[in-house]
Structure formats: C-alpha cells, structure tokens
Design a protein around this ligand. Structure first.
Ligand code: HEM
Length: 453
C-alpha cells in the first residue's frame, strides 16, 4: 500500500487529536496527486470504503513507484480487472477454507521457531523476523531461498521507500517526466529506477521459475505458485503467467512485517502483565492438557486466548492508517471529495475511540468476553471493502498457533517495568525493542519432545 505520511513518530495520534476538534473528515494539505483527506471515525470509514467501495477502492498514483514497476504489486495496484484477478488467485489459496492446506506448514514452522527461541533466547527478535519471512516464502514458493535473498529484499524495500518519499522526486509532481529518456543529462532518476526495477524483477522471477522447474520434474512442494499454475492449466481461473508471478511477488512484503508486528505486541503484553499470562496459560492447560500441543482445532475452547489476540490487534494495529483513492467525484456530509483524491482512514483512532472501547490506552483482553463484547477490531484492522487484506485468515492461524504454543512452552518475563513504544515506517507500526526473557516452563518438558519431532 502506498503511504505518504511522516514516519518514526505516530502521526495517527496527531490526526486523532485534530479530528476531535475538526470533525470526522479532515482535509489535509494537497500532495502531488491532488487533494488529501483523513477519515477519523468508524462510521465515515464504513460509509465510504465499504458502502461506496466501488468508488473508493483504488490507490493514489506515484509515478516514481510506477517506474520501479510497483504498480503491478497487489497492494499498490490501481483498481482494475488485473487486480481483481490477482485477488481471486489469493483467495483461492488463502480463503478460510483454503487455509487448512497450510496447517502442517504453520505447525512445523512455529515449532522450529520455538526451538530456536529455546536454544538462543537472546536472539528472539531476529529469530522471529527470519522465521516469519521464511514461512511466507515457503508458503509462496515452497522453499526458503536463504539469507542473501532477504538481504536483497531489504535493498528493494529501500528503493520503494525512497520512491514514495514526499517531495523527493519531480516526476511524482510532473508525471510527464516519466517519458524522459534515461541517457539525457538530469535523468539520473530514470537510471536509478531502472536499477530498482531490475532488482525487483530478479527477486520475483528467480523463485517463481524454480517452482516451474520443480513442477516439470514432478517434485514441487505445495505452494501458492504451484496452486496458481495448476489453476491456470485447468482453466479454472483466468490468469496469465505474469499475473501469477506478480501476485506471488506481492505476498512477502505485505505479510511479514504486519505479522511480526502483531507477534511482538503479543510478547510485550505477556511480559508486561503476569496476571494476564497466568490466565492464558491456565486456559490452555485446562482445555488442551499437558500431553499435546495446542492446534487450530482448539480455537473454540480458548475464549481468553481469542480475546487476547483481538486485543493485540486493537492495541497496536499493524497498519494504523489505510490508504485508498476514489475513482468518482463524491459528496459526503457536506464535504466534496474530488475524483482521484488520496483518502486515508485512521484505523488506530477507531480502535482507540472511547465510544467503542473503555480505557482504550490499557491492554484489556476481557473487553471482548461476556455478553456485550466490544467492537471486533477485525472490522477495520485488516482493511475495509474491496481492498481488505486477502491474507487475514492465514495471519490469524499463524498468530493463534504461535501464541498458544509460546504460552504453553515458555514463561515470558522481564526485569523491568515495560513501556509500550512503536516505530512507524509510513506503513507498518512495529513495537520498538524491549527487554524480555523467554524461559522454558519446567511443567512442559513432555511437550518439548513433540516440538522437536
Ligand atoms: C496481522 C497481520 C496482517 C494485518 C494486520 C494486515 C492488514 C492489512 C491491511 C490493513 C491491508 C490494507 C487494506 C485496505 O487498504 O483496506 C492489507 C492489504 C494486504 N494484505 Fe494484509 N495484513 C496482515 C497479514 C497479511 C498476510 C499474512 C498476507 C499474505 C499472506 C497479506 C496480504 C495482503 C495483500 C496482498 C494486501 C493488498 C490487498 C489489496 O491491495 O487489494 N496480509 N493488509
């Protein structure tokens, strides 16, 4: 998703303050691609992004990102037929029903991560981030390409970040400059974009071609790409090879930072509140016992864990601001939103709105229990309308499996009084590092044999 907001601080908190005096739709200063609005409440967000989703499902235009080829990436794509086909491919592999096919991968990868945490607890942060990247690469291509690939992904992300930086590129202001040939003096931006695009092409082509080779040899493991190519051959979904390639190439970036952020918020909550952790552990011990590891089938028996995960998503929504653009001139509540405006929705503000949540700044899973549970954060945290996150079911499955097994096997502790602080890179809000120890529970020794199998 494209974002053109200040980074490092938490601008969504500032926009929330503004909305309290200026109202639920604020017009911000215009950017290169036209007018900019910030939606601040659940009602306006649903009225525009959901009820009028046909008109509000595009993304703002960034010519520099186009030069890098990013408009083919699902999250950046404008609303068009190709996007719909990409989303169809994603849905075929990631719908609630289809998610079952990844259960073994989820369990094995969560176990591998827990073993790593046991052997080297000091490396919790990098272990977690690497394990999540590796999981999504294996889901997408059936194989983990190794550390060099992730290093290059970081470089490619830096190109994307730079392409979106406000005010950095004249071509974002004057799209006609896209046509300037690279050899002209002053066209160094074209050469820079060419390098960035070539790197991105390599990163999406190589693993894709490997799946094709393994399929020809009849040895391809289950993967998103294998599923896409099988659907293409059966004629079941209208899809050319380029579409399968670019859709697959959209998964890692969209999936890994968001999911890592939620897992880190969970670890923070467990470390910060012993009482909460004890209640979660008791629930698992009672419902699952000490002889087997929790699995997705236990979901309905673990209401407190489910509430805990909802509170994780509410307390620190991984994507605190949605970025849409409209394809139709709109009048709403006395405000005129011209065609092709950038329209942000402040998810963080909705999830910290006192009219939905008492004491919104406190971490209280119990708010989702009982006869009158608070508003389910999934109404907005995975997006709204036709651009809502296609990966939400696998994200929830991974989070549930990780949370239950972590709590069953470890006591998460800290020696300090923890504050919660985040880093916002313009798209994802991630908890800043905090001191934490993960100590294997002596009462769970039997379970470790199952994890190592
Ligand atoms: C806790 C984890 C996650 C959260 C909170 C999250 C949240 C979001 C949000 C808010 C959006 C934008 C929706 C909008 O514009 O209205 C989005 C888009 C997207 N997400 Fe996720 N996501 C998560 C995990 C995943 C995973 C695991 C995958 C893939 C396996 C994924 C794939 C995508 C893709 C491809 C898009 C772009 C969709 C489009 O533009 O049409 N996400 N996600």
């Amino acid at each position: 998703m494209l974002q053109q907001l200040a980074t490092s601080t938490a601008p969504y908190k500032i926009y929330r303050e503004w909305a309290q005096t200026l109202g639920p739709i604020i017009e911000l200063s215009p950017n290169n691609s036209g007018k900019v609005y910030m939606l601040g409440t659940l009602k306006v967000t649903l009225d525009l992004f959901d009820k009028r989703s046909l008109d509000f499902s595009s993304r703002p235009r960034f010519p520099m990102a186009e030069l890098l080829g990013r408009h083919e990436n699902v999250g950046f794509s404008y609303y068009n037929e190709r996007l719909k086909s990409s989303r169809m491919l994603l849905s075929r592999s990631l719908s609630p029903h289809a998610v079952q096919q990844w259960e073994e991968l989820v369990q094995n990868d969560v176990n591998a991560l827990l073993l790593k945490m046991r052997h080297d607890p000091s490396q919790l942060w990098p272990s977690l981030q690497q394990a999540i990247q590796s999981f999504f690469m294996r889901l997408t291509y059936g194989e983990d390409p190794g550390p060099e690939y992730y290093r290059l992904i970081k470089t490619s992300q830096a190109y994307t970040g730079a392409a979106l930086r406000p005010g950095r590129w004249l071509v974002n202001k004057y799209p006609i400059l896209k046509l300037v040939p690279a050899w002209l003096p002053g066209a160094s931006f074209q050469r820079w974009a060419r390098e960035g695009k070539a790197l991105y092409e390599t990163l999406t082509h190589e693993p894709f071609l490997k799946v094709k080779e393994r399929m020809s040899a009849g040895i391809a493991e289950l993967s998103f790409v294998r599923n896409c190519l099988q659907l293409r051959h059966s004629g079941d979904v209208k899809c050319d090879e380029r579409l399968a390639l670019t859709t697959a190439g959209s998964i890692l970036n969209a999936a890994s930072e968001t999911t890592s952020s939620a897992m880190l918020t969970l670890i923070h909550a467990l470390a910060a509140d012993e009482r909460l952790q004890a209640r979660a552990y008791e629930e698992i011990k009672t419902a699952v016992g000490a002889e087997r590891l929790p699995s997705l089938n236990d979901r309905s028996q673990l209401p407190f864990i489910n509430a805990l995960l909802l509170e994780v998503l509410r307390f620190n929504p991984p994507i605190p601001i949605l970025t849409h653009s409209n394809t139709k001139h709109t009048e709403y509540g006395g405000v005129t939103i011209p065609n092709a405006s950038t329209v942000y929705a402040n998810v963080w503000s909705i999830l910290h709105d006192e009219s939905h949540y008492q004491q919104p700044g406190a971490f209280i899973p119990e708010r989702f229990l009982g006869d009158m549970p608070a508003l389910d954060p999934r109404k907005v945290v995975f997006g709204v309308g036709r651009r809502a996150c296609p990966g939400r079911h696998i994200a929830e499955a991974l989070l549930f499996t990780y949370a239950t097994r972590l709590i069953a096997l470890f006591s998460v502790e800290t020696d300090e009084k923890l504050e919660f602080d985040t880093e916002f890179n313009g798209l994802v809000s991630t908890p800043k590092p905090f001191p934490v120890n993960v100590i294997p529970r002596s009462s769970s020794s039997q379970l470790w044999d199952l994890v190592s199998r």
